[in-house]
Ligand binder design. Sequence first.
Ligand SMILES: [Zn+2]
Length: 83
Amino acid sequence: MLKFVILAVACFILYKLVTNDKKKKVDVKNKQEEKLAQEGVLVKDPVCGTYVSKESDIRIKEGEEVKCFCSYECRDKYLKMVD
Ligand SMILES: [Zn+2]
């Protein structure tokens, strides 16, 4: 019986570790994207909020500002919003 309890606790701890780890990875990824955005490597898609490379081909020029998008769908949505 004691063995079973130890096994259950071990499984629970393992489960907690795995789920925490996943959450941490997402946090780290978001932080990395924010950092790159601050450094000017990534820009935020103004429609859906995804970070995209500044070298993205899907872009429009608005005066001096260049907007980059993750997809043509987002670009079209943005153009409709502006009009
Ligand atoms: Zn997008």
